[in-house]
Design a protein around this ligand. Structure first.
Ligand code: DOR
Length: 435
């Protein structure tokens, strides 16, 4: 921690402040007071100062897709370790997915999680409740009661919804309860393989799931969103066609969509390793899809990035790919992977990356994503020149299933501040208290 949190005021001095939401882009001082951004300018001084020369200051990142495994699989992650990993990645706010054990499909589970988040989380965390009971795709949950218990939205993440009829009723019900819907679009009658159904699967002799598994489910969800008027967010878009479908519907439905750092930076080529580490849903795609998704993010057709942070125990990942659990860690490497592979390569501007990690998801969640004076003091301080190698010992998550293990990346979060208080701190000697 940054020391001396008794003082409510902190001046971050001479960082390069970049906030596309307010248009700030330059070296300046930022005063935080009473949990809010109080003043932005030059020559600001205060009792607590942080020397941020050479660093970048962004609105804190917002991740609408996190699996913190509480309740049920705290051996893989829990609210403390998940929120510490999020803070290490510069995230100040997340949405927790409901595919836990038990599944978050009853008010008592929602209210229990809300209480635990208040006590245990370093960052703001919103609870997504299940769209249907047991995520079984048959009976809808009691969404009004879930909302009263504190649910922020509903989701079918992890499994998707096989029946279009159930999905349509779910959207109508969620709309009347005033809850947004986050959808995992994969049709289980088509998604029967373990990797993408393409060249890499054929060479490896592995059963594949075709891109149509995602595209058909995405089309269905978008058509139903347009018809029902529900507020729908399509998560982890991984194909060029699904991204194009989102674009077609962006003015026809109340719809937003994200893609993940891994679908933007990795491809099905990793399947040739046969390693369980690289299994994920939806699967890694060919480079044509990766490029289509990248273009859609660049152009704003895909609104933002979400990590799908999905910790798994080593005994579930260190297996042949057919037997491994799907999912990747995401919080701690998101910024560095995207900065290294897309921004440094000139394929995405730094401003668009910040918009996609902070401003747009912050707007979706309703907090954070802006450094406007008066906004919550949720910030990420980043060293864009630091190179670091992703290793088990560098990861704060309780699990280590990062697809970037062993990769040297550029760009690292130095400090994360939530409501004016540091929740992750590698600032070392940069901090000073003036007499
Ligand atoms: O690969 C995945 N893992 N995709 C999901 O949608 C769920 C996640 C998990 O919970 O492990």
């Amino acid at each position: 921690m940054l020391q001396d949190n008794n003082s409510a005021e902190l001046v971050i001095r001479q960082a390069h402040v970049l906030d596309p939401a307010t248009g700030l882009d330059g070296t300046m001082d930022v005063r935080l007071s009473s949990g809010r951004v109080a003043e932005i300018g030059q020559e600001l001084r205060g009792p607590r100062e942080l020397d941020a020369v050479g660093l970048h200051l962004f609105p804190g990142f917002v991740d609408v897709h996190a699996h913190w495994r509480t309740p049920g699989r705290e051996d893989e992650e829990d609210i403390q370790s998940g929120s510490a990993a999020a803070a290490a990645g510069g995230f100040t706010s997340v949405v927790m997915m409901p595919n836990t054990d038990p599944i978050v499909d009853r008010p008592v589970v929602v209210s229990g999680l809300v209480r635990r988040v208040e006590q245990e989380s370093r960052v703001r965390a919103h609870v997504a409740a299940a769209l249907h009971v047991g995520l079984a795709g048959e009976r809808l949950t009691e969404m009004r009661l879930l909302k009263q218990a504190g649910a922020f939205c509903v989701s079918d993440d992890g499994l998707g919804t096989a029946s279009a009829g159930v999905l349509r009723n779910g959207m109508l019900y969620a709309r009347s309860a005033g809850l947004p819907v986050i959808l995992h679009c994969e049709d289980p009658t088509l998604a029967t393989g373990v990797v993408h159904d393409g060249v890499a699967a054929s060479l490896a002799g592995l059963p594949g799931s075709p891109a149509s598994a995602e595209d058909a489910a995405t089309a269905t969800a978008l058509i139903l969103a347009a018809e029902t008027g529900a507020k729908v967010h399509i998560t982890h878009v991984s194909t060029a066609l699904s991204a194009a479908l989102v674009g077609f519907f962006e003015d026809r439905a109340d719809v937003t969509a994200d893609t993940t750092p891994h679908h933007l930076t990795l491809t099905e080529d990793l399947v040739s390793t046969l390693e369980g580490l690289y299994r994920v849903n939806p699967p890694l795609r060919p480079d044509g899809d990766r490029g289509g998704v990248e273009r859609a993010l660049r152009e704003g057709v895909l609104d933002f990035v979400a990590t799908d942070h999905a910790p798994h125990a080593s005994e579930e990942k260190e297996l042949p790919i057919e037997e491994a659990a799907p999912g990747f860690l995401g919080h701690e490497t998101a910024l560095a992977a995207l900065y290294t592979d897309l921004v440094l390569d000139g394929r995405l501007s730094l401003a668009r990356l910040v918009e996609a990690m902070s401003c747009a998801p912050g707007q979706w969640v309703g907090t954070g994503g802006s450094l406007a004076v008066g906004a919550a003091a949720d910030l990420a301080l980043v060293d864009l020149s630091e190179e670091w190698t992703v290793g088990r010992s560098t990861l704060i998550s309780r699990s280590s299933n990062s697809p970037y293990l062993g990769r040297t990346l550029t760009g690292r979060v130095v400090a994360t501040i939530v409501g004016g208080e540091p929740v992750h701190d590698r600032t070392g000697a940069r901090f000073g208290i003036r007499a």
